[in-house]
Every structure is written in C-alpha cells, then in structure tokens.
Design a protein around this ligand. Structure first.
Ligand SMILES: [Zn+2]
Ligand SMILES: [Zn+2]
Length: 246
C-alpha cells in the first residue's frame, strides 16, 4: 500500500530529537511522502519549546524539499478533565493537533481514568488525532475510545515508533485498536513519530498490522494527501487551500 502522509514528526525543537525540519522533509521526499506534519512537543514536556514556537509557525513555508508541511503540535493531555497545553488562540493557527498521554505530564493511572480522559479530549474538539493510544503504560477501554473517536471524527493514530523504539509491548493493543477501528467505522492515520530523520515516512510495522486485521484502505487517511486534507477541512481547519499545489 502506498502512503503519502506522515502526521507525526519531531524536530530539534523538541529537545530530545535530532533533525531539522529540512532534514525531515528531505527524508520524507525520499520515502514518497507528499504531506508531512511537524508536530513538536507542546511546552509542558521537559525540553519542549516555548509556546512562541507554535505561534510563529507561520514562517514555515508550505512546501519544503517538494513536500507539503502541516504546522502542528503534539499536545500533552494534562489532567483528567482532558485539558491540553495549547491555548485556544494558538489552536486556531495550527493545521493539525495530536493529543497524547506522556508519563512526565500525566502520571499513569488506571484504565477507567485513561478512558474517561480520552473521551473528554475527543469530545472537546481540540485534537484531530489521538497519539499512540496503544501505549501499554496507559491501558484503555479500546472499544469505548475508538467508538468515541468514530463518533467525533477524530483520527486514531497507529504509531510506527511504538514497534521499533519506544512503548514496547504496544503490538497487541494496536492490533486490537485497528480491529475496533475497522468494526466501529473509525479513521486511522499513520505517524512515524520520528525523533530523527531516518525514520520519517517508514511504516512497515503499522502496515503489517493493518493488513493482518483487514483494515479497509478507504478509512486510512494516509494513502492520499488529499484524503488527509479533506478530513482536516471537515474538522474545521482553515488555510488548507494553501496546499492546492499538491
Ligand atoms: Zn508522544
Ligand atoms: Zn511524538
């Protein structure tokens, strides 16, 4: 299956990542990616950039090395109410927002708490993607979260780095998540979660899971840049007509 988008990449701005935006874009191009989201960690994460990083993304060209660049963030889920660490007036400037649990910001609790929190995040309308929901440190009621995502048209991420460098033990959860998404009508996006350019656009492990569960390709937004843009437009994102050159 051909993949045209990568909705989760980090640059040196994240502190514990090692490539520039240009290096990531070049790697994306080599991997056949047409549209890449830069999604550095939001300010609550140790080492993350100041909020001004996100306010100044307008200086980032729409196209670098021939690849479309979505201006994004990987926001932290901060509390059980589902608040994230990006103020509303900044959200309006961003093309794509991932919401994720990270251990330094949200101490792992139990499945009931994680599930209810994700349901609140999804219902808030502030995030477009739930990041790495298969993390074994944050167990969830998979059916409940996936059904909520389907209902509110929020993307479920399959995160390739969960299988190669972080969050060990994610495979069985991610398989169950892909099965639930298949059955409940949810949409999936692929994110490399690259912290260095060499993994941008690499989705071998994610694609194996999707094939294993027989996920319908029409609900994988990553197969066409236009499909992802259309999904984000429906979620109310403006400025996306600036990608008409794709
Ligand atoms: Zn993350
Ligand atoms: Zn990440």
């Amino acid at each position: 299956m051909l993949i045209e988008t990568d909705t989760h990449t980090h640059t040196v701005s994240s502190g514990h990542a090692y490539s520039t935006l240009q290096e990531n874009a070049r790697a994306a191009k080599a991997a056949g990616i047409r549209l890449m989201a830069m999604t550095d960690h939001a300010p609550t994460m140790p080492g993350a950039p100041h909020i001004w990083h996100f306010g100044n993304l307008k200086v980032v060209p729409r196209q670098i090395e021939g690849v479309g660049i979505l201006r994004g963030v990987e926001a932290n889920i901060c509390d059980e109410q589902g608040h994230i660490d990006i103020p509303d007036d900044y959200l309006n400037m961003l093309d794509i927002v991932i919401g994720s649990f990270h251990e330094p910001v949200f101490a792992p609790s139990n499945s009931a708490v994680h599930t209810q929190t994700l349901e609140r995040v999804i219902a808030s309308g502030k995030v477009d993607i739930i990041g790495h929901p298969g993390n074994p440190n944050f167990p969830i009621d998979i059916n409940a979260v996936v059904q909520a995502a389907a209902q509110h048209q929020v993307l479920i991420e399959l995160n390739n780095s969960s299988f190669i460098s972080s969050r060990r033990g994610s495979e069985s959860n991610c398989t169950a998540i892909a099965e639930a998404a298949r059955d409940f009508g949810a949409y999936i996006t692929l994110g490399s979660d690259s912290h260095i350019c060499y993994t941008v656009g690499q989705f071998k492990e994610c694609l194996a899971i999707l094939e294993h569960v027989g996920f319908p390709p029409e609900r994988l937004v990553s197969t066409k840049a236009e499909k992802l843009l259309k999904f984000l437009s429906k979620r109310g994102k403006t400025h996306l007509s600036e990608f008409n050159f794709l």
